[in-house]
Ligand binder design. Structure first.
Ligand code: ASP
Length: 725
């Protein structure tokens, strides 16, 4: 071909491509960063983006909408898929409960679990379902109380106190609900949410781990993915329909709304939207916040968790029962560790801190160019910097101290005891919310679980490591007790042995016996663990007061920072995720995360088989292999692919907590269950971009195929209104 001929050909090809792309995207608006709260949903033009139902059918403040089918389960999301309280969520969201129900002889985690009928379902003790009932803007009330605080260190307490009053008032009016005040924009917007809490939740079906966690940690946070990360649970209430603790007499809950399952799934480019409870994002924070994460939080935590995981694996390698007991802890450590590695890599790749710093330079210029702004914000950036200078001076302290106090069962037990004893001295109205009469059963069940998880060998190992770090790092000396341990040359190994071997707190019965004592009585016991914790907690008090002061200052400064950004960019923002109900939308779409790659957005059963030859975490159940060999795909075969679709990729804005969220098509029918993000998208907690932000879900066709063909749970398909052929 001659040069100009080839040029014309290329031009022709690119024009055709442009036309093709224009055709594919016709009528669809590109998705935007945004986890939209309920108050914003009606303002969205979702029809233009591809939605085919009325927006009122998603959220109807005066009636019933799809949002009424949503539940928050233990920090994950789930949705009702039948009128008998059947909920679909992720396998990883119920992993802990399946593992607690398992034994070496009856290993439901490895082999999967199916309740043949409702009477065989296993209670997931401690797991509750939260359903959003209503919400109300209480910003004025909270901010008035905050502004009355006599100094900034009291501001945080004033906000907490007023929130607690509003919560109590709401719960008094309706004792069936649980109220929460959520901060939407720091120092600006506060919403009072009312939730129905379902306390009796039971396991219905969990696929074998080799499907539910196919690919293990190797594939976690990775695309292409082939994981069947789903499970079914069921919500129960008392006979009168109101929430009740577990009882055999309870009946399945009838939700206001359940989602219609569409067994035909989706195709590439289809419009999708997701409802769910994303945990936390930090997009409205200054550069220093991200810098602190990059320098301290991410590397230290990732290193500590890597070490813990490898030690736990060693401990479990010769002890099946311990391996099972530790499986859930290892999984959760690994999940955070890899997420943090992804974030660290993303921060470097995007130079996010520098970008934020440059943005702040532009903001400063914007202020200087305007007299009014100059007088209003003259010290804003210096004030933020001075708060962060103090935080940077504390270095790892702000990370290691909470790890030491919470990431060890022995410390959790001791702290639980002291918290209980201290809080019970106070009048109910002044107690931390978890110690309200109403929340005490949840506290008790958490403590029971902590004792179940307790293992002296494991606790010794982690406590020695963390206490060793506390003595090693100079910045930890801000708490004089650590400085003393260091200067007295205390042998940490023996010290920890003493705490473990000599404490009176060995069983939940011991805990119950001592918890009714007053703090002074507890102190007089001269128990090594209790005395050690009292020293730490007393030493921490002035540091905590300083923390409150900084939080109070930032509460004012970050509200101004956001106002300024709004004025500069002339736009409004969506609040950061805070575990409240949100909507996000986008399309089924592939991406090109690194040089010279393009990933398609749908994986298949053939891909599962392809990976299965690697063995290990990729090994599949024999039955899956046999079904594949027979090409027994039932009605779940996608004609175009000539295969069963397994996982899907889409450009929505999700975060941790969106695990288990229903992925819905343009008609509001469930076509998948969200369970992860791609490695590059872990950074979207700090900054979202269409380029790299991709979420991962399990395709409903794989869910149904596995449930029917591997689980043999035809009755569940029928219950969801899905015909078998
Ligand atoms: N798999 C994730 C989680 O553990 C979901 C996500 O963060 O996107 O929460």
């Amino acid at each position: 071909m001659k040069k100009n001929q080839s040029y014309t050909m290329q031009k022709l090809i690119s024009s055709v491509l442009i036309l093709l792309i224009a055709f594919v995207f016709a009528g669809s608006t590109p998705p935007e960063e945004g986890m939209y709260p309920l108050s914003e949903i009606s303002k969205l033009d979702l029809k233009k983006a591809g939605l085919k139902i009325d927006i009122n059918q998603i959220y109807n403040p005066n009636g019933i909408g799809l949002i009424d089918a949503l539940v928050n389960i233990g920090g994950c999301t789930g949705s009702f898929v039948s009128d008998e309280g059947l909920i679909i969520t992720n396998h990883h969201c119920v992993f802990d409960y399946v593992s607690r129900a398992s034994s070496v002889e009856n290993n439901y985690l490895e082999n999967g679990f199916l309740a043949e009928d409702k009477s065989k379902e296993i209670p997931a003790v401690g797991l509750t379902c939260k359903i959003t009932e209503s919400y109300e803007d209480v910003s004025d009330i909270i901010l008035n109380a905050a502004n009355e605080a006599k100094d900034v260190s009291e501001r945080t307490k004033a906000i907490q106190k007023k929130s607690r009053e509003l919560i109590e008032e709401a719960e008094k009016k309706n004792p069936e609900i649980k109220a929460e005040v959520s901060e939407m924009f720091i120092g600006k917007t506060y919403i009072l949410f009312k939730y129905k809490i379902i306390k009796d939740v039971r396991l219905v079906y969990a696929p074998p781990r080799s499907i539910g966690e196919f690919g293990g940690e190797e594939d976690n946070w990775i695309w292409p993915r082939h994981t069947g990360d789903f499970s079914f649970i069921r919500a129960y209430v008392g006979k009168d329909g109101s929430p009740a603790e577990y009882s055999k007499e309870n009946v399945p809950f009838t939700p206001k709304k359940f989602l219609k399952v569409n067994p035909n799934g989706v195709e590439e480019n289809d419009f999708v939207f997701i409802l769910g409870y994303p945990g936390r994002t930090f997009r409205h924070q200054p550069s220093q916040f991200i810098e602190y994460q990059e320098k301290f939080l991410l590397p230290y935590t990732a290193e500590l968790y890597t070490w813990m995981m490898s030690e736990f694996e060693k401990l479990g390698s010769n002890d099946k029962a311990l391996e099972l007991k530790l499986s859930s802890r290892i999984k959760s450590l690994a999940n955070t560790q890899k997420n943090y590695l992804g974030k660290s890599k993303g921060l470097r790749r995007l130079s996010l801190v520098d970008k934020k710093k440059n943005e702040e330079l532009e903001l400063k210029k914007f202020i200087l160019a305007d007299k009014n702004l100059s007088s209003k914000y003259s010290t804003l950036f210096d004030d933020i910097a001075s708060v962060y200078n103090e935080i940077f001076e504390l270095g790892k302290f702000q990370i290691l101290y909470p790890q030491l106090m919470n990431n060890n069962m022995l410390m959790r037990i001791g702290n639980g005891l002291l918290d209980y004893s201290e809080e019970m001295q106070k009048p109910t109205s002044e107690r931390k919310t978890q110690f309200n009469e109403k929340n005490l059963p949840a506290f008790e069940s958490r403590m029971t679980m902590t004792f179940q998880d307790y293992n002296p060998v494991v606790e010794k190992l982690t406590l020695t490591r963390m206490l060793g770090d506390a003595v090693k790092y100079d910045e930890m000396s801000v708490l004089t007790y650590f400085a003393e341990l260091k200067s007295n040359g205390v042998n940490i190994d023996n010290f920890v042995d003493e705490l473990i071997n000599k404490t009176v707190l060995r069983t939940k019965e011991d805990f119950d016996k001592y918890k009714t004592m007053s703090p002074t009585e507890l102190e007089n016991l001269n128990d090594p663990l209790i005395s050690f914790l009292i020293e730490l907690r007393n030493g921490y008090k002035p540091i905590s007061k300083k923390n409150d002061e900084r939080t109070g200052k930032l509460n004012i400064l970050l509200a101004q920072y956001l106002d300024l950004k709004k004025e500069w960019q002339n736009k409004t923002f969506v609040p950061d995720a805070n575990s409240t109900l949100r909507l996000t939308y986008g399309n089924i779409r592939g991406y090109s995360p690194v040089d010279a790659t393009y990933y398609k957005p749908i994986t298949t059963l053939s891909g599962v088989i392809e990976k299965s030859y690697l063995g290990g975490d990729y090994a599949v159940p024999k039955k899956l292999r046999e079904l594949y060999d027979k090409k027994d795909f039932g009605r779940f075969k996608n004609k175009k692919l000539n295969d069963v679709p397994v996982s899907i990729l889409y450009n929505t804005d999700t975060s941790g907590g969106n695990s288990g969220s229903p992925i819905m098509n343009a008609n509001g029918e469930i076509i998948g269950v969200n369970f992860d993000r791609a490695f590059e998208a872990t950074i979207n907690d700090f900054a979202w971009s269409e380029d790299y932000s991709r979420s991962i879900g399990v395709d409903i066709r794989y869910v149904l195929w596995v449930t029917q063909k591997i689980g043999g749970a035809d009755y569940l398909l029928k219950e969801m209104g899905v015909s078998l052929d």
